[in-house]
Each structure stands twice: as C-alpha cells, then as structure tokens.
Design a protein. Structure first.
Lengths: 179, 213
C-alpha cells in the first residue's frame, strides 16, 4: 500500500526542491543581469553624448545665422567722389553694358517680390565683394561708417568701409575699367 | 497546442485571492519590486528566493524534467526582470508571475518537442514499451520520488490545457477565477479541465502501480 498515491496531487505539491540547484539557477540569473548592466550604462552614456553633441551643433549653427545680418546691413553706398574719379574715365559703352548686366543679375537674384527688402548695393559696375540684401532701413550713421581710401594704384583704389560691427570691415577694390 | 498569449490581453478584473493578498507576503513583494525597479540587484535576488520554489514546482509540473524546469526558472526570472516595467502593481503579483511562467514553459516545451527527445506521446503513438520508471531504491524517500516520477509521466499524457489547469488550480491551489484569468478561459472550464486531468492522472497511476492507489 502506498499512502501518498491516495492523493497524487499532494505528492506533487510536496515534492522536495533541491535548494542547491535553485541557488545555481539564481546565480546564473544574477550573473546574466550583471553582465547586461554595463552595456546598458554604455548605451545611456552614448545616447547622452550624442544628444549633447547635437545640441552643441544646433547652438553653433544658430549663432552663425545670427551674425550674418550684421555684416549684410552695413554695406553703405560708395562715396560720390569715388564714382566721379574712377567711372568718368570708363568708356561709355562699357559702363552701360556692365550696368545692364549687373541690373539683370540683381533682378534674377531678387525678383520683384522683394517686399520690404532693400538692396544696399554700391556701384553695380565696379565693385568686388558680396553685398547682401538688407531687411530694413535702419543703417548705421553715415559719419561713423565713412569709407576711406586705403591705397590707390594706377587704375584702382582700395576702399575700407567700416560696418556697425567693429569686427567686420568691408574692402572694395574700385577699378577704373569697370571690373 | 497551447499558444503563448500576451499578458496585456488578460482580463484583470479578478479579485485578489486570499493567498495573493496575504498581508505578510504582498507588502514584502511590493517593496522588493520597487527596489528592483530602482535597479537594486540584491532586491531581485531576494525576490527570486521568495518565489523560486513555486516557480520551479510549476515549471516541473508543466515540463516534466528537472533540467527543463531549471532552464525554465532561469528564463522566467530573466523575463520577469526584463518586463517588470509592464507590470501594474495594482494587480495580483502572483497571477502575473504565473502568466510569465506559463508563457516561458510553453515556449520551452515547444522548443523541446522540436528537438530529438522522445516524448511519451511518441512512445504511445509508436506503440513502444512504457519507459522505465526511476530505479527502485529501498528507502521511503526514494520510493516517493519514484511515485512522483510516475505522476510526472502521467502529467505528460495530459493535454497542455489540462496540465496547466491541474497545475494552477489543483497543485498550486490558485482559485478557479484567478486561474481562469491566467489561462484566458472561463472559470467552469478551469474546473472541468482540472477535474478531467485529475481523473486521467489517477487512472494512469493505477495502471502503473497495479491498482495500489
């Protein structure tokens, strides 16, 4: 006679469990968890680093954008005496050709839908350098930004034009031949 | 074949069983779970110590072999640790643990069946002889172990649903309503499955022991 068999369920329920085996299993689980932890930490660090880099890049690009208008602003027109001195010598036909070419280019770059945009460009036929459209008319006082001739050659003159930004100075090379 | 079901699809309107809401156990589990969520490995160690016997017993009943049960326990606890974020603390912890255990055992059982081990079903289908029971030993403990081995072999003859219902409702003494929520069936179905499984098991034991039940 086997008394436990009267209730097979009870026999299964009361089955002894080897504590040593379970401890081994527990050890395996814990070691797996410990092994997976450093990786998780590294991923978190890598993610935080990538986030910081992207924020830094975004901040730098924003500051670059903000600096640009200050340069674009202060491109004053060249002084009248410079026009008189160097442009009167140029052949009439050349002047017109260059003038027309420059006008056409300006129209292509900034079509009639300018709105309030004003082009603060100097003499169209004889300047070198980039002039960007200004978005409003509050330019710096002319007296403070008065251009001056830095050096003169046989047919050219180099003008130094200060801007409202003390770190930015525009140099214009004025050419008697219209280039 | 029983398929794994997502925990989230379970109806959790089940009342807490007397055992699951036992004041001596639930606060401790709640504290341990909070610590584990905070990243304390030691707390998870304690949680495993608290639950490992029940989990092992369930896995052994469902899978039949101690080696498989150990693998299952390891996988169950790893999965518990991984999915602890999805556990709602307002719901019975024990039911959630059983759901994870059942899913792991089903996965493991499927994988084992796909391997080359010869199951009792294969023996039965092939008409081969009954596999030998554990070796007879003189002392009573060994005799009990031999009987348990017969019972485990009998468990393998049950359908997966019957085995799960019997394990949860009869062996683990989970109330029928809670077992029904875990298995995703009606309460009456759990009762009838468990009853049928018990009858089949008793018949099998009688056949193996010559009617000495």
């Amino acid at each position: 006679m086997m008394p436990e068999m009267h209730d097979p369920i009870r026999l299964l329920r009361d089955a002894p469990v080897d504590a040593g085996r379970l401890a081994k299993v527990r050890g395996r689980v814990l070691s797996r968890l410990e092994r997976s932890r450093p990786w998780m930490g590294r991923w978190i660090l890598a993610g935080a680093g990538a986030l910081a880099l992207s924020f830094a890049a975004l901040w730098l690009s924003r500051t670059e954008e903000l600096r640009l208008p200050a340069v674009a602003w202060s491109a004053p027109a060249p002084p009248d005496w410079a026009n008189d001195r160097f442009l009167t010598r140029a052949p009439r036909g050349d002047q017109q050709t260059v003038s027309r070419r420059m006008k056409k280019t300006t129209e292509q770059q900034s079509p009639a839908s300018h709105g309030g945009v004003r082009i603060a460009a100097g003499p169209r036929h004889c300047c070198r350098g980039s002039v960007k459209p200004s978005l409003s008319g509050d330019a710096a006082p002319r007296s403070a930004l008065a251009p001056r001739v830095v050096s003169t050659g046989e047919d050219t003159a180099l003008l130094e034009i200060p801007t409202s930004n003390p770190d930015v100075v525009l140099y214009w090379l004025v050419d008697s031949g219209g280039d | 074949m029983a398929t794994a079901f997502p925990i989230e699809q379970l109806g959790w309107s089940v009342q807490l069983s007397e055992d699951a809401s036992r004041p001596s156990e639930q606060p401790e589990v709640a504290l341990l779970l909070a610590a584990v969520r905070a990243g304390e490995v030691e707390a998870f160690d304690k949680l495993m110590q608290l639950e490992e016997r029940r989990v092992y017993r369930t896995a052994l009943c469902l899978l039949g072999r101690p080696e498989d049960a150990e693998d299952a326990v390891q996988e169950i606890f790893l999965r518990v640790h991984r999915k602890l974020g999805s556990y709602d603390a307002s719901r019975p912890w024990r039911s959630w643990l059983y759901v994870v255990s059942l899913n792991v055992c089903r996965d493991l059982g499927r994988r084992r069946r796909l391997r080359s081990w010869i199951s009792l079903d294969a023996w039965r289908e092939s008409g081969g002889p009954e596999p030998p029971a554990a070796g007879l030993l003189p002392d009573e403990q060994a005799e009990n172990e031999r009987r348990r081995e017969i019972l485990r072999q009998g468990m393998k003859r049950l359908s997966p649903r019957e085995r799960e219902a019997l394990t949860l409702h009869a062996i683990e003494e989970v109330p029928a309503a809670e077992a029904a929520a875990i298995l995703g069936v009606a309460e009456g179905t759990v009762r009838s499955l468990a009853s049928r499984a018990r009858t089949k098991l008793t018949e099998y034991v009688e056949s193996r022991t010559g009617g000495a039940r």
